[in-house]
Design a protein around this ligand. Structure first.
Ligand SMILES: Cc1cc2nc3c(=O)[nH]c(=O)nc-3n(C[C@H](O)[C@H](O)[C@H](O)COP(=O)(O)OP(=O)(O)OC[C@H]3O[C@@H](n4cnc5c(N)ncnc54)[C@H](O)[C@@H]3O)c2cc1C
Length: 397
């Protein structure tokens, strides 16, 4: 048996990382250090630019196929996806956000796509030869989306016509196609069951994408998408008409697991930077790291990260074994996002004025990790769900 070392703080899981997974992490670390060092990440963040070179290097390494359908070149499972996302989030965080969306889409197509859709898209997605966005959220609200969804698809002969608007859609500017959820039957009763998932090619007549100005995740565009009678054939339906929302909900555990991995990766990157700064910065004839107040904050950050990582490992083990980690993935997502907020908040304080400088990476992590508090699902809503499902309390929403 492989010796297990209790080496915390590193981006590694000493228990569940196989030698192959540990090697994947090591390869990624080398690749990120060479292609996307901290100053490069900051430069691209300032310019709000996607890192094409990093994407190409990741493509060559094969990370887009990780956890994918084995018939289409997929390799490994969700624990390998976690490794990829954690490593990226600790540096070029926006690329980790891209991968969370990418892995969700490849899972949706693997589990719900027709043989034709899988043949057309999965091989390309798995080699990084195509990009896709996932369009669910709308201006009227993301948390209550099943009730407030106004984007519709109506039949026109064998085709469908999509009309409406999506918002906050990651990567839509560069996507070759979008997975879009649209209402296909009306009425309160149809809130959940009247929604269908469509595969809509970019450039379809009537489809428009507009980039939004956001405070963070600057290395990946966040967009509004407008549909004005966008025509798609009947074969564009993913899965079953009327079941799109339920099909997506079935993939949300995995998205929560991967979002938690993103938050943990970013928190670890930020903690390492704070510890390094505390070791070097001199004050009162010593270093910041010698003061108990600073040490305690850093230790509490490490503790929060490791607690979240333990939940994540349990959730991932259930998912990798073919189970559904509804509760564990929800708890991991809350613990990880709140650990990331805490670590980056403390990091900003420990860096003092340097935390306020755009030349130091702390402020980028501080901004980026806010995403995972409310996305893909708001922590308040995840707590509602846990209140009902974990504790058996009355539904509160
Ligand atoms: C950078 C970025 C990228 C994104 N990428 C995508 C993407 O690729 N695809 C996509 O479809 N969406 C995406 N989103 C949207 C994201 O999923 C939503 O922002 C999220 O679901 C929250 O929806 P909302 O913003 O409409 O907030 P709202 O639904 O308006 O909720 C706001 C707040 O109200 C509180 N709240 C709401 N309901 C309840 C309740 N019942 N109980 C207690 N509190 C409640 C919560 O605190 C919540 O944070 C992205 C968002 C951002 C900012």
């Amino acid at each position: 048996m492989r010796p297990v070392t209790d080496s915390l703080g590193a981006q590694a899981d000493p228990v569940s990382d196989t030698p192959e997974r540990a090697e994947l992490r090591a390869e990624l670390r080398r690749l990120i250090a060479a292609t996307s060092p901290a100053d490069q990440v900051l430069r691209l963040d300032e310019k709000e630019q996607f890192d094409d070179e990093l994407f190409e290097r990741l493509r060559q390494l094969g990370v887009h196929a990780v956890g994918g359908h084995p018939d289409h070149g997929g390799l490994g499972d969700i624990r390998d996806q976690i490794a990829v996302i954690e490593e990226l989030a600790a540096g070029p965080t926006s690329m980790a956000v891209y991968m969370v969306v990418h892995y969700m889409i490849t899972h949706i197509l693997s589990t719900n796509g027709s043989p034709e859709q899988r043949a057309e898209w999965l091989d390309r997605l798995h080699t990084g030869g195509a990009k896709m966005s996932f369009a669910l959220s709308e201006p009227a609200g993301g948390t209550d989306i099943a009730r407030v969804m106004r984007t519709t698809a109506r039949r026109d002969g064998d085709d469908w016509l999509l009309s409406g608007q999506k918002t906050w859609i990651s990567g839509a500017l560069r996507a070759d196609a979008l997975v879009v959820l649209a209402r296909t039957s009306a009425g309160e009763a149809a809130a959940v069951d009247g929604v269908t998932m469509f595969l809509v090619p970019a450039g379809s007549p009537g489809l428009q994408v507009r980039e939004l100005a956001t405070v963070a995740v600057h290395g990946l565009d966040t967009c509004e998408v407008f549909f004005d009678d966008v025509r798609v054939p009947g074969s564009a339906v993913i899965g079953t008409v009327g079941s799109g929302f339920r099909q997506v909900v079935a993939t949300l555990n995995r998205e929560r697991v991967n979002a938690a991995a993103g938050a943990i990766g970013a928190a670890t990157g930020a903690l390492d930077a704070a510890v390094e700064y505390a070791r070097e910065r001199e004050a009162f004839g010593s270093t910041l790291g010698s003061f108990q107040a600073v040490q305690h904050r850093l230790v509490d950050g490490a503790l929060a990260i490791e607690a979240a990582r333990s939940l994540l490992a349990r959730a991932a083990a259930v998912e990798a074994a073919g189970g559904r980690a509804d509760l564990l993935s929800s708890m991991a997502k809350i613990a990880a996002s709140e650990a990331a907020v805490k670590v980056t908040q403390d990091g900003m304080e420990i860096l003092g004025g340097a935390g306020f400088s755009r030349e130091f990476p702390m402020q980028r992590w501080f901004r980026d990790v806010r995403l995972w508090v409310f996305a893909p699902l708001a922590n308040d809503m995840v707590r509602n769900y846990l209140g009902e499902r974990l504790l058996g309390l009355p539904r509160s929403f």
